[in-house]
Design a protein around this ligand. Structure first.
Ligand code: ASP
Ligand code: MG
Length: 440
């Protein structure tokens, strides 16, 4: 069971409640308290010392409100103060002693202590662990590590005898250590990924990911008022949605679960009786198109040069962008043009580097675009889906700047200008999800 920061707002009684309800053997994975990782990110950049009392106040307040047993509460608060003082010392000595990621990963080291106190108070035999000490092994690379799943599994098996004795391990999400012992994180929102990596490592039967939203929806409810919750998704559908803009889940969290066919359920802490969204290997039947997502803030970077397709231009472009940590979301090619979709804020940096590395006549940058992604398993092999999608876009009077289709059987996506993004999502949702693909 993984609990996100949004579940940890106020007191932890709701979290303790759903943990108590769950009778099976379990491992808990926790994010930092809400807002704490943001503070730590700022501290890692520039440290003034003023943040230490803020962190102390946030955590001590949460412990006071959440831990009912007085002795446990006092002990936990002492431990929290000790850990926060240690963080201050590390920063005073220059964070390079431990690396910046050691600092930004600190919120989870504190939140697990509070939950441990809460559960001990209600008679549950909880014991907290820091993922780097425990041996969640990462590939290294700051802010975008992967988990080395087999190595993590070898280390985490030490937990099994504890669980048999009835103990409940609570593990910090978000980070682990690389093979040199350096703490590295899985990127923002990475505790989801920690949870599925740990589930893989220990062959869990199922993973529950607790949030403050009712799972995946048929569209972002901020854009589409009548968007509906989705009770089932395949692994592929959920990964495409998470990759192309749905903020419900860390985009890589599906992978470890999918490799061992472990179902993931997204649950809402505010409404625990709701079924949430179940993500598993079964293909889902209710309607072909499940959801429309939107990824904003993108740019198209286009290399232009006659006959470019006959030279190793694409290879050179990727070899330039990859070491810069720039992800390419879609490509489109012709004999004289090579267009790539990347994050808008990386566009100038990318274009500059490409100009030096690749011989082309011209590089165009179109900022201010977004990517709409239509998701549903099986759509790639059904006649007329693309026609239906682009009919809707045409009726809405929207020009399509670029299209990516056919790579996944579960997703079709296209790029349009900002300003048209929300109307495209609304029109597609109305026609293809509310109306149904066949109802058009
Ligand atoms: N605390 C980290 C973050 O805010 C990890 C997580 O919440 O999953 O990004
Ligand atoms: Mg978080």
């Amino acid at each position: 069971m993984k609990f996100g920061g949004s579940c940890l707002a106020g007191s932890l009684h709701r979290v303790a409640g759903v943990i108590k309800e769950e009778s099976g053997n379990k491992i808990l994975v926790l994010s930092a308290l809400p807002g704490v990782t943001d503070i730590l990110h700022d501290m890692a950049k520039s440290w003034s010392g003023e943040e230490i009392p803020v962190l102390e106040e946030v955590h001590v307040k949460c412990a006071k409100e959440s831990i009912t047993d007085e002795n446990v509460r006092k002990k936990t608060i002492r431990e929290l103060r000790g850990k926060i003082a240690l963080l201050g010392k590390t920063l005073e000595h220059g964070k390079s002693a431990k690396g910046g990621e050691y600092v930004i990963a600190f919120g989870e080291r504190l939140s697990v202590k509070i939950l441990e106190g809460v559960l001990l108070s209600v008679g549950l035999n909880a014991v907290s662990f820091d993922a780097d000490d425990l041996g969640v092994i990462t590939s290294g690379g700051f802010g975008n590590s992967e988990s080395l799943l087999e190595k993590t599994g070898d280390n985490l098996r030490t937990l099994l005898p504890l669980i048999k004795e009835g103990k409940i391990p609570i593990i910090t999400g978000y980070f682990g250590r690389d093979e040199n012992g350096v703490t590295t994180t899985f990127g923002r929102g990475g505790s989801d990924y920690s949870a599925t990596a740990i589930a893989y490592a220990l062959d869990a039967e199922t993973v529950e990911i607790w949030k403050d939203v009712n799972g995946f929806m048929s569209a972002d409810p901020k854009i589409v008022k009548d968007a509906t919750p989705l009770e089932r998704l395949s692994y592929e559908e959920a990964s495409e949605l998470a990759y192309f803009g749905a903020k419900v889940l860390h985009p890589r969290a599906i992978e470890p679960a999918m490799r061992k066919n472990i179902p993931i359920t997204i649950k809402d802490i505010g409404e625990p009786e709701n079924p949430g969204t179940v993500i598993d290997g079964s293909s889902t039947s209710d309607g072909l198109i499940k959801s429309i997502s939107l990824k904003r803030g993108l740019a198209i970077v286009k290399l232009c040069s006659l006959g470019m397709a006959y030279r190793p231009t694409y290879a050179m472009a990727f070899n330039t962008l990859s070491p810069m940590g720039i992800n390419v979301y879609a490509i489109s090619t012709s004999q004289a043009n090579f267009a790539m979709v990347i994050h808008e804020e990386e566009a100038n940096r990318a274009a500059g580097a490409l100009k030096n590395a690749v011989e082309v006549e011209k590089i165009d940058v179109m900022k201010g675009v977004g990517m709409v992604c239509v998701v549903g398993s099986g759509m790639g092999s059904r006649v007329g889906v693309a026609a239906s999608v682009f009919d809707v876009v045409r009726e809405a009077g929207i020009n399509v700047e670029m299209i990516s289709e056919g790579a996944s059987d579960a997703a079709l996506n296209f790029v349009i200008k900002r300003g048209f993004e929300e109307s495209a999502v609304k029109a597609l949702h109305d026609a293809l999800i509310r109306g149904g693909l066949d109802g058009r």
